[in-house]
Unconditional design. Structure first.
Length: 79
């Protein structure tokens, strides 16, 4: 299942190749944000739980997709 999303993207990232200022994270940055490994992140992507943007060979993760994933997996505290 292909879960990539087509989005208008600015091709000018920062010097280090990060598009974080545009709301897009690299796979490494997304792993750091979620505190998971690459394997887990790609599992979320391939299962359709995490939407990504593919720009040529780069796979980028929108910040909003990370927030949605967290909301879907959030467990309410028992009071």
């Amino acid at each position: 299942m292909n879960t990539t999303t087509s989005t208008n993207l600015s091709t000018t990232g920062s010097k280090d190749g990060s598009d974080a200022q545009d709301g897009l994270l690299t796979v490494k940055e997304a792993c750091d944000a979620l505190r998971v490994g690459r394997w887990t992140l790609y599992t979320f992507i391939h299962s359709g739980e995490l939407t990504t943007v593919k720009l040529r060979r780069r796979r980028l993760v929108p910040r909003t997709a990370i927030q949605e994933l967290i909301k879907e997996h959030q467990i309410e505290a028992i009071t």
